[in-house]
Write a protein that binds this ligand. Structure first.
Ligand SMILES: Cc1ncc(COP(=O)(O)O)c(C=O)c1O
Length: 387
């Protein structure tokens, strides 16, 4: 789908009439927040990911915050994070007064590199946040082994990767806690929304309390027990999500497998066009990974510079292609530079990648014709680069 001007965005939600009908039904019911649809969606998402416990929250950032809280991160604790991600993956550590420590990504996949993680482990390390960048699951055999050996909580930021699998297991099955985002640019949306999932009943209980002010029950539990009493047992937040939002996400989840298939077809068309072009340095997909392509990231060959990338970006935008760049390494954001001066320039692979990457349109409603239009615009843009 493109807008009337022919502009093709880099990402876009798909909302069908069945989604609208599901939201309407939820809006007509007695409970529009903390009601039964939230629980239904939690169960459906857990079934999809093959994990037992899920807690739906107001957005993916709240999910990350709940995960870091449940991992017990507090004053002075260190959490190792991928730098090539949205700032929320690291900000959640700051919310708990911990310190994010950035470990470099693998130069070929741009996923957190297990050997780099190991080199950053100290006696203060409490957890690792791995990001399934662009929709490719991390190397979870290595990360799982590392976290087990050093007794660290493995948090998978799966904002990009619902449905992804490594060695046929979902990222959520490998991690201690996995977090999801249902922002409209993601695979499925609830407007704003997120979820934490886990295999641990204890962690799930902590995150459920954290979502609701740190209170030990919700109104449905109290009604079932016939009591008005509740206790606030820890300091939590209001990170709840509405039933009509979960109705939308639940309706979307039914279509996710089909949408992923289409994203993978589009990726194959892009791969065919770009993988053998010597002007490109394609990202590698691990042979054990089932990649679900939240993003399709092209990368220019090493002879190109940030100036060339900018020229290509500008040219694509001018031809109506909604390109984007994911991401400035988190430690290069102004806030991190001001508060954590020591963390600049310690992840050379992330820095080098940032100068040469562009995300091109990727969403299931793209037609083959639109994909071909993107491909020819990229090729024309490459032809015009002077190198
Ligand atoms: C990797 C990653 N983590 C976390 C988030 C935060 O999710 P939300 O926008 O739902 O708070 C995003 C959203 O863009 C993301 O891309």
């Amino acid at each position: 789908m493109s807008d009337a001007s022919g502009f093709i965005p880099y990402a876009r939600q798909t909302i069908d009439s069945d989604d609208i009908a599901a939201v309407t039904a939820a809006l007509r019911s007695d409970l529009i927040t903390t009601g039964p649809v939230v629980r239904t969606f939690e169960t459906e998402m857990c079934d999809f990911l093959h994990v037992p416990y899920g807690v739906a929250v107001s957005n993916g950032t709240a999910a990350l915050h709940a995960a870091v809280y449940a991992a017990g991160v507090g004053d002075g604790d260190e959490v190792i994070v991928s730098p090539l991600t949205f700032a929320a993956s690291a900000n959640c550590v700051l919310y708990q007064r911990g310190t994010p420590i950035f470990a470099d990504v693998d130069a070929d996949t741009l996923l957190l590199k297990p050997t780099a993680v190991e080199s950053k482990i100290s006696k203060h390390t409490k957890a690792v946040i791995a990001v399934d960048y662009a929709g490719q699951p991390c190397d979870y055999t290595a990360l799982r082994a590392l976290c087990d050996r050093y007794h660290l909580t493995l948090i998978a930021d799966c904002a990009h990767s619902p449905g992804a699998a490594f060695q046929n297991k979902s990222s959520a099955q490998w991690a201690d806690i996995a977090t999801y985002s249902f922002h409209p640019v993601k695979h499925l949306t609830s407007g704003e929304g997120g979820m934490v999932v886990t295999r641990s009943e204890t962690l799930a209980r902590r995150m459920r309390q954290f979502r609701n002010h740190g209170i030990d029950s919700d109104h449905l539990n109290r009604a079932a027990a016939g009591t008005f009493e509740y206790r606030m047992v820890t300091l939590g937040y209001n990170y709840r999500i509405c039933d009509f939002q979960c109705a939308l996400a639940s309706s979307q989840l039914k279509k996710l497998a089909h949408w992923i298939e289409r994203r993978r077809q589009i990726a194959a068309m892009y791969d065919d066009a770009f993988n053998s072009d010597e002007r490109m340095a394609p990202l590698r997909v691990h042979h054990d990974a089932f990649h679900v392509y939240h993003l399709y990231v092209i990368r220019l060959a090493t002879r190109y510079t940030a100036v060339d990338r900018r020229a290509l970006f500008d040219q694509l935008r001018a031809s109506g292609i909604g390109v984007n760049v994911h991401y400035l390494p988190v430690y290069r954001h102004d806030y991190y530079q001001q508060h954590f001066k020591g963390c600049s320039n310690n992840c050379p692979n992330a820095d080098a990648a940032y100068d040469r990457i562009i995300s091109i349109p990727m969403y299931s409603a793209l037609s083959d014709q639109q994909v071909m239009r993107v491909i020819s615009a990229v090729q024309k843009g490459l032809d015009s680069l002077s190198v």
